[in-house]
Design a protein around this ligand. Structure first.
Ligand SMILES: Nc1ncnc2c1ncn2[C@@H]1O[C@H](COP(=O)(O)OP(=O)(O)OP(=O)(O)O)[C@@H](O)[C@H]1O
Length: 294
């Protein structure tokens, strides 16, 4: 299973700039994380991949099939959670999943079993016969994720799946997604870096319609190794921001203020070098892209 995105660009009709600007990505089986600032182009890319929007420029293939030429073949293998999902509010949870399973051509003899299993996995058993309009936002989100997995799609595209989920349900989500990954590709777009760190081996980072990193988290962390420092100041000291090249965070603790920042070359022994996290690496890539000398 693989997804190849080659030189893909997209411009919305009335916009001046491209929302996707020559995007190239190669994605293989497993869970792939897509991150980037607001407006970077993640949703536009995922809509294009899900065949909801046409490929304007460039080419995308899924398992060797061109998504423009072989759209019907490709669609059978895609599960998609859009950023905004609209339900038929007067259907029950079961009816909604049954309806989507029908649209996805899930075989009659498999439908009930598949739906019941997903309802259990997403902890919606108590709501199985409740109308959708009576569900909370988080429950609707769980139902929306569940529908994307109907029919065992080979490619699952999840646009901000954990929005609105409480910590228990986020944990449940991560476990289900881990369990379901196997031979398929699951692409997750999110702003929650800890979800990506826990779930994915490979990621893409986007900025202003461009891919600024695509590869493994391990390689990214290696790139940043030895470049993240913490300066500990007295709680009463003023933080002199000009002293640090690029600040990642300023944390006020009991007696100290911890300034976490990026440096390309070790300068001063008074700073403590720390092990980089994925969040550190994300900021490193973002600053690099701005042409900042670190
Ligand atoms: N339907 C649309 N018409 C015009 N411009 C759009 C449309 N949808 C998105 N855009 C623009 O395209 C760019 C990329 O938007 P997109 O929603 O793909 O980004 P994103 O990375 O998913 O952002 P976010 O993290 O905020 O959801 C933005 O500049 C946005 O304003």
């Amino acid at each position: 299973m693989n997804v190849e995105i080659k030189n893909v660009s997209h411009k919305y009709l009335k916009n001046k700039n491209k929302s996707l600007d020559n995007v190239n990505m190669s994605i293989t089986k497993g869970i792939f994380g897509l991150i980037g600032e607001n407006g970077a182009g993640k949703t536009t890319l995922l809509k294009t991949l899900a065949t909801v929007m046409p490929v304007q420029d460039g080419a995308i293939s899924i398992d060797g099939y061109d998504i423009t030429k072989d759209i019907e073949k490709v669609r059978r293998h895609i599960g998609y959670l859009p950023q905004k999902f609209d339900f038929f509010e007067s259907l029950t949870v079961y009816e909604m999943l049954d309806y989507i399973a029908l649209l996805k051509n899930v075989k009659a003899e498999e439908r009930e079993h598949e739906i019941t299993l997903l309802i259990q996995q997403f902890n919606l058993q108590d709501k199985i016969n409740s109308k959708i309009k009576s569900l909370s936002g988080g429950m609707k989100q769980r139902l929306a994720i569940a529908q994307s997995l109907l029919g065992n799609p080979k490619l699952v595209i999840l646009d901000e799946p954990t929005v609105g989920l409480d910590p228990n349900e986020r944990l449940r989500f991560r476990n289900i997604i881990n369990e379901k990954s196997g031979e398929r590709i699951i692409i997750i777009s999110t702003h929650i870096i800890s979800d990506i760190a826990m779930l994915c081996n490979n990621i893409g980072i986007m900025k202003k319609g461009k891919v600024v990193y695509c590869g493994s988290i391990d390689n990214l962390l290696e790139l940043v190794e030895g470049k993240i420092y913490v300066d500990k100041l007295n709680i009463h000291d003023e933080v002199d921001r000009t002293k640090y090249k690029k600040i990642i965070s300023i944390l006020r603790k009991k007696n100290v203020v911890e300034v976490r920042f990026i440096l390309d070359t070790p300068l001063d022994a008074t700073y403590e070098q720390v092990t980089p996290t994925l969040e550190d690496a994300y900021f490193y890539i973002m600053f690099l892209d701005e042409g900042v000398q670190l």
